[in-house]
Design a protein. Structure first.
Length: 277
């Protein structure tokens, strides 16, 4: 299937309602309602999800997004996962600067529309500073995890900034949820509702009993209790989400939280998902 670029999907779903679904336990509160609404009007809603959603739930989603490979020691993700990706049939977005599968191999394996994108790890400098990869620094201020970056290509943060007509981009994208919200805006979805982005891995996942033989999320592969968002990282994520919200409002896009008791409520107003019929 031909590889797409972000410009190919700008405003692709303009005017439709967007649902951004993380894998946090809060998603469980809304799964039944979401399925009912989507079944009632499939053309009205577009769903964006990530990582192991295909295993953890039976919900159908339109866009499947990964932000980093699950296995940092062997970042050849697509050859292990392509059967799952093709079976689901969703448009697939992954960081081809981190997953080092040769691009021609990806093109031959994937039978769904896909976008390979650059997720640069912005921390106020042009250096990749993602903590999980610090051991891979080459001593020249560059990180081996970013050796796949295509020179001159805009990263997702820059694509979003340009789309919204802003002059400041959001940061590192410490969670794929940040990129999913940005993607929803670029697709032209409006309004956008968020659930499942809980920002606390101590709470677990929407389905902690799912059998996952080969995870698309490195946190599961190393053990859910082995990592948790400390406050500086949460603050950084919330800052990124605030910038995304402000940028979206610049083009008239509204973003809401379906939940009222999560950390993202510091940024997004709580609003229930309701039908117009």
């Amino acid at each position: 299937m031909p590889k797409l670029e972000f410009k190919d999907i700008f405003n692709r779903d303009k005017g439709k309602t967007g649902l951004v679904l993380g894998l946090g336990p809060s998603l469980g509160r809304h799964l039944s309602q979401i399925k009912t609404f989507v079944d009632h009007d499939k053309e009205k809603y577009k769903l964006i999800s990530c990582n192991n959603m295909d295993v953890m739930t039976d919900i159908n989603f339109d866009y499947w997004m990964l932000a980093q490979p699950a296995n940092h020691e062997n970042p050849l993700h697509i050859p292990r996962m392509f059967n799952r990706i093709n079976k689901k049939g969703s448009m697939f977005l992954y960081t081809d600067c981190l997953d080092l599968t040769p691009r021609d191999t990806v093109d031959s394996l994937l039978k769904v529309p896909y976008i390979g994108y650059d997720q640069r790890h912005w921390y106020g400098t042009d250096r990749c500073g993602y903590g999980h990869f610090e051991k891979d620094f080459d001593g020249k201020g560059k990180n081996k995890c970013c050796q796949g970056i295509i020179p001159g290509r805009l990263c997702i943060q820059e694509e979003f900034m340009k789309f919204c007509g802003m002059h400041e981009h959001y940061g590192a994208g410490d969670t794929v949820g940040v990129h999913m919200v940005a993607l929803a805006v670029m697709l032209g979805l409006n309004p956008i509702y968020i659930t499942g982005i809980d920002l606390d891995y101590r709470l677990g996942y929407v389905n902690n009993n799912a059998k996952i033989e080969d995870s698309m999320d490195y946190r599961i592969s190393i053990g859910m209790d082995s990592i948790n968002r400390n406050q500086p990282i949460v603050d950084r994520i919330l800052k990124d989400l605030q910038l995304i919200k402000d940028s979206a409002e610049n083009i008239g896009t509204k973003i809401y939280a379906m939940d009222f008791d999560l950390k993202i409520n510091k940024v997004f107003e709580h609003k229930r998902l309701i039908t117009s019929t």
